[in-house]
Design a protein around this ligand. Structure first.
Ligand code: GLC
Length: 460
């Protein structure tokens, strides 16, 4: 009897959470329209909510470029260093190494981050398997917002993904890295600065020139796409011919006065307020890998406070104590019906004491609700960009989107659900006969794109 009552309370709680997190078709349409409007504002003005940053990549790779380049990719979690060889005909090789960015560095000075990169490049080059002779040209993937004035210059506008580094805001990311390299006596020239979305897009274009857009769903989330220079009024006609790449920095959608449009729940509001960049990157905070685990944790805290679940661990009281990758593993085990493994993850990684299988089911439902909303929100951004470009693209043409990031690659069913959603939205519930948006997995390619950015300038 008591158990039955407990199940009823749990079901009622789950339904209330589901109602808060679900998005109606009407809401999705509103969000898509607003996204398109904000993108078009971003192309006009530099103070718009979506920064829509011009990247100064004017020569898109053709796939024929060749050459050896050093690459560095600074993301929110890892530093990756590589030696890339572009072989032409869309082929390449890469020797690479990766290092987790230490937490102390994330909350310290930005200059130290650049020193850390240079030191790791030095160590990488000393490795016997890396047969590289200096001087080398370096393509720098920097996954944070920068205002570029050329391909090898970019003012850091701010950090995201819980990195602090305030001392370097307003400084040139290329000069910072170049100075750190020179102080170690390394004859390396930083020749291109690209965002990870831009690197991924260029790499996928190198492999397949039908690619038009890229999306990262990793620690953070963002997208880039190929735009006509004539449609970027803020370039003031300086580069009126041809095409370029726009880094949307879409994580800031819904910031500022349009914030009430985002379907934020009380959990999103707490997460935002307690984050290092409150009021910023709200769309990203509802969608990317850095934050889904934290949203999940905040719901668990409430469920424990309401005595729906119990805990004897302090794991859930620690901000960011639950990682999205563990949510993802747990959800995958649940889908594969490995309930015993689910229980181990729940105890070890979520700190919840499970009393019944119904509770396991409840937790998996919560993961589904949170990850599904992330998928819906991402579909909004992709659909809005596609609509913005529709008049330019020929109607029958495929709109190929390159996707990367651990959330997209690893979260169970995420890629399939996202593909179905963008098709449903593209076909407007059946109004069009075929889906033109094709999502392609572009795993770990952003360094290849940084190399291709340099090569495409040389081979234009
Ligand atoms: C954050 C950064 C953005 C990056 C994205 C994905 O949103 O601001 O530059 O592309 O994370 O890594």
């Amino acid at each position: 009897m008591q158990e039955e009552q407990g199940t009823l309370v749990m079901e009622a709680y789950l339904s209330s959470i589901e109602a808060e997190f679900s998005l109606s078709k009407q809401k999705l349409k509103e969000l898509t329209n607003l996204f398109q409007e904000e993108l078009e504002n971003g192309l006009k003005r530099s103070d718009a909510i979506l920064k829509a940053l011009p990247t100064f990549v004017f020569n898109l790779p053709k796939g024929t470029e060749i050459g050896k380049f050093l690459t560095v990719d600074l993301g929110g979690t890892n530093l990756r260093i590589g030696l890339v060889e572009l072989l032409g005909s869309g082929q390449f090789t890469i020797k690479k190494d990766s290092k987790v960015i230490p937490d102390g560095l994330k909350s310290g000075s930005g200059k130290e981050i650049f020193k850390f990169i240079a030191q790791n490049i030095e160590t990488f080059l000393e490795h016997p398997e890396i047969e590289a002779e200096l001087p080398l040209k370096l393509g720098f993937t920097f996954s944070f917002p920068v205002q570029q004035e050329s391909l090898a210059h970019g003012t850091i506008l701010g950090w995201s993904k819980e990195i602090e580094g305030k001392d370097v805001i307003g400084m040139d990311a290329v000069a910072l890295l170049q100075e750190s390299l020179h102080s170690l006596g390394l004859d390396i020239a930083v020749e291109a600065l690209v965002n990870d979305t831009v690197g991924t897009l260029l790499a996928q274009i190198y492999r397949d020139d039908r690619t038009r857009m890229s999306v990262i769903l990793g620690t953070g989330s963002n997208a880039a796409y190929v735009e006509r220079c004539s449609q970027i009024p803020k370039l003031k006609g300086k580069f009126n011919n041809g095409r370029t790449v726009i880094n949307i920095e879409w994580g800031s959608f819904g910031d500022g006065c349009s914030c009430t449009i985002l379907p934020s729940t009380r959990f999103d509001r707490i997460l935002d307020l307690e984050s290092k960049n409150a009021n910023y990157q709200r769309y990203e905070k509802m969608m990317s890998g850095m934050y889904l685990g934290e949203i999940f944790r905040l719901i668990l805290v409430e469920a424990v406070n309401k005595e729906i679940l119990i805990t004897s661990s302090d794991l859930i009281s620690k901000p960011y104590g639950i990682k999205t990758k563990d949510m993802s593993k747990f959800h995958a085990e649940f889908i594969n019906e490995n309930i015993e493994n689910c229980k181990m993850i729940i105890k070890g990684k979520f700190g919840i004491n499970i009393r019944s299988d119904a509770e396991v089911q409840m937790l998996s439902k919560l993961c589904e609700i949170i990850s599904l909303r992330s998928c819906y929100l991402c579909a909004v951004g992709i659909t809005a960009v596609h609509r913005h470009l529709l008049s330019w693209l020929s109607k029958e043409k495929i709109f190929s989107v390159a996707l990367d990031g651990a959330l997209y690659q690893k979260y169970p069913n995420y890629s399939k659900i996202l593909q179905d959603l963008v098709c449903e939205m593209d076909m407007d519930g059946g109004a069009a006969d075929a889906c033109r948006v094709v999502l392609v997995m572009a795993e770990d390619l952003s360094s290849i794109g940084a190399a291709a950015a340099i090569a495409a300038q040389q081979f234009k």
